[in-house]
Design a protein. Sequence first.
Length: 461
Amino acid sequence: MPETTTELKAEISALLKAKDGVGLRLKLTRWLPSDLAPIIADLPVEKLALLFRLTSREMAAATFPYLALEAQHRLLKLLTPEQSAALLNELSADDRTAFLDDLPLDLAMQLLSLLSPDERQVAQSLLAYPEHSVGRMMTLDYVAVHPEWSVRESLDYIRQHGYDRETLNVVYVVDDGGRLIDDVRVRRFLLGSVDRPVKELMDGNYAALAPDDDREKALEMFRKFDRVALPVVGEGKKLIGIVTVDDMLDVADEEATEDIQKLGGSEAFDEPYTTTPLHRMIQKRATWLVVLLIGEMFTATAMAFFEDEIAKAVVLMLFVPLVISAGGNAGSQAATLVIRALALGEFKLREWWKIMRRELMAGTALGLILGLIGFLRIAIWSMFSPVYGEHALKVAVTVGMSLVGIVLWGSLVGSMFPLILKRLGLDPATSSAPFVATLVDVTGLIIYFSVAFLVLRGSLL
C-alpha cells in the first residue's frame, strides 16, 4: 500500500534529523519531482534547506522549479553560495530563466554571478530577449544530427549525448553550418533500418519559431501542429534552441488566468491570488472599479435628461433595472464568447462581419424571447392588479420593445468592442464584462426612454 503524504513527511523529517543522506536519496527517488514539491514545500525552511543539501544534485534541480516562488527565495537564502551555485547550474536553461525573470534585478544579478562562465553566458543570452518572448522560454538542451549520418550513427549519438536533453521525442537535422533542415520524430529512427541515411527519413515538413516571437504565437503554433516541441531559429535559419510543450502548458494557464481576471473587471495579477499583497490587490481592483463607477455616473446623466418623462410616468422607473440589466447581461455574454474565440483562433479579425451577422441574428432572437417574457409579465399582472395603471398594456409594449432593442444593442456592442480593441493592438480581454455592461447600461436607458416616448406619447407622456 503506497504511503500517504503525511507518512512521507514524517519519514523525511526523521531522516533529516538523523542527517541520513543515503536514506533520504533512496526515499525521494521513488517520487516524481512534481508530486514531491508540494509535500516538502510545507517543511520549515531550515529543514527544506537541509533536504536540498543532503539529496542528490539531480533531484534538487528537478524539484526546485515545482516549488512556489516564495519557497524558492527562502531556500536560496539558507543555502551557501556554493550550494546555490551548484543548484542553479544544474537547472535547465528555461527553468532558470523563468526563475531569474521573477526576481528583482539586483538579486538576479547576484545569482547570475554564481553561475559558471558557460551557464552565465547562456542565462544572459536568454534574459536579453524581450519579456514574454519565445527566447525567454527556450532551452538549449536538444539533439541535432546531420543528414548524411546513418540511423545507426544517429542512435549512437543520441545515446551518448541525450541523457540530459529536455526531450528526445524529436531529433533535429542540421547542416554543417547549424541551419535547420528538418525535424524527425524519434520513432522513425527506431522503426527504420539502421543502415539508412537520415536524409531518407526527412520529409521537409516542419514548423519553427523565431526567438522574438510572442509566446501567444508559440501557443497557437503548438495547438495548430500538435507538437511536443518546436525548434527556434535565428538568422539564416540557424537552430538556436527549442521550446517544449510543458512550458506551453504554463503559458496557456497564465494567459487564461490573465484573461479571466481582466474579464472580471480588474487588472491582471502578477502573482497567485493567495500570495498577492493586499495593498497591490486593492490597487489593481480599485482602478477598474473607479473607471466603472465614473461610467455608471453617465447613467444618472441619462436619467436626468428624461426627467420630465419620468415625472409624468413614474411607472417607467419600475422597469429600469430590468431593461438595462438584460442589455448588460447580453453584452457580457457576447464579449466573453468573442474574446475566447479570438484567443483560440477560431476566426480572423478580417471576418468581423461574420461575427456581426451572427450577433445580429442571435441578439434579435434573444431580444424577442426576453421582450415577450417582459410583455407577458406586465400584461398578465395588470389583469389582477392596478399597480401599472390604466395604460398597463402600452407600458407592456414599451418594455417588450425596449428589451428587443437593448438586448440586440448589447449583443452587438459586446461582440464588436473586443474586435475594435484587437484592431487597435490592445488586449481584447480589456473589454471586460463589467465594462461592456456599464456601456450598455447608459445607452440602454436612452433606448428605453426613446421607445417610451414613441409608444406612450399622447397617453402617459
